[in-house]
Write a protein that binds this ligand. Sequence first.
Ligand SMILES: Cc1cc2nc3c(=O)[nH]c(=O)nc-3n(C[C@H](O)[C@H](O)[C@H](O)COP(=O)(O)OP(=O)(O)OC[C@H]3O[C@@H](n4cnc5c(N)ncnc54)[C@H](O)[C@@H]3O)c2cc1C
Length: 405
Amino acid sequence: MIAPEKLDVAIVGAGPVGLFLGHLLVQRGLSIRLFERRQDRDVVSTSGRSASSARQQSVLSRAIGIHPVSLELMQPLDLAAPLIAAGRVIRRGHALRHMNDAMGTLDFHTLPGPFPFVLSIPQNETERILEERLIARAGLAVLERGSEVMGLDAHDDDGVVLRLKRACGEHEVHASWVVGCDGKQSTIRQLANLAFEGTPYADHFVMGDFSDNTPFGAEAAIFLHPAGLIESFPLPHEKRRWVVRTTEEVTEAVGDVLVQIVNERVGHDLSQTERFMESPFGVQHLLAEKMARGRVLLAGDAAHIVSPIGGQGMNLGFKDAQRLALAFDEIAAGTPPERAFARYDRQSRKVAARATRRSAFYMRLGRPQRSPFWRDQALRLLLATPLRSLIARVFTMRGLEPTPS
Ligand SMILES: Cc1cc2nc3c(=O)[nH]c(=O)nc-3n(C[C@H](O)[C@H](O)[C@H](O)COP(=O)(O)OP(=O)(O)OC[C@H]3O[C@@H](n4cnc5c(N)ncnc54)[C@H](O)[C@@H]3O)c2cc1C
């Protein structure tokens, strides 16, 4: 009998994190494959959603912000240039109270490193570029679409067996390690019995992509209105992403909520612009009990969820991928796997907890304020001093990594 093929690493989920991890591991010469239940890249997982909501999700892109720290990780793999070419470079962000009351500006060109800007690119575009380049690097067989992982047997001294469901039936895959990059509802995390704990915040938001009729061009605008936060980011193709904090939870029928709030709070009229998508979202923070248990590893949203305010979630996942690749390097150099992965677990969870505290702070800043005078004065003052370059660094996710031990 022919022994079944055994991969070094099976990656479950071809979202941005799984795809980036794929690049890093292929570069190291490991035999890998990604298993993705979505047949079509541009349709977000339909599990538990109605068909119409799935269609809405197909054009809905969650992450738009790629921070310089991630571009630095992408550069050695020749991924930074195509992402930048498809995205929009944001070199400045303005803090305002409303359209005619600017409180100050963050200049990203003061940032250290080769990418002194935040890149705005819809997540489905990021996924397209990462996928096309991965296939060019490793061949078509590196990604198996339409394969949903249903079961997992993990044996500490031997490896893992994954059970997958495909349109043509079920099959098994053997690998030395499995990495669950399968998002918030992670099947791998559940099959490994890893708790995922945290709490929802009481904040609610609606986001929407519109054609751009603002004077901001390629710059970002954050409105700290006393009634609640409004964010406005440039997107490629002369579009803009608006995010508004709502006083109450909005259902799937968003209607004109976003347009009305932007008009009421900051005096900007979106009613004549083209709308591309609108969607409400709630926010929460969750952290897995462990990101490594035996031969099962987790990365990205499967391991941690932070509030999207601050745009850190996907970028955190890219950092996990990099740390995980370094753990494989350590193992290749002779470090026992349990030691390399224990370090991966410790550092990644620490970084995620720090990012969670940052996004909680950003949300506090953007909550409705009865008397915002002191908050606004403090911000105006800070943004008028050299401290604003420190704020720009914090906002772009510098200083999250633990100091080397
Ligand atoms: C409104 C909003 C705005 C955001 N904005 C930003 C931002 O600007 N910047 C930022 O950094 N982050 C942002 N985020 C967070 C970002 O979207 C996530 O952190 C990111 O998608 C995580 O990527 P991932 O690859 O870990 O998981 P996912 O993108 O969820 O991908 C998981 C993949 O696994 C697949 N999968 C699931 N189960 C299985 C299975 N059993 N078998 C096979 N495949 C499976 C899914 O189909 C999916 O393709 C935002 C999030 C939201 C909600």
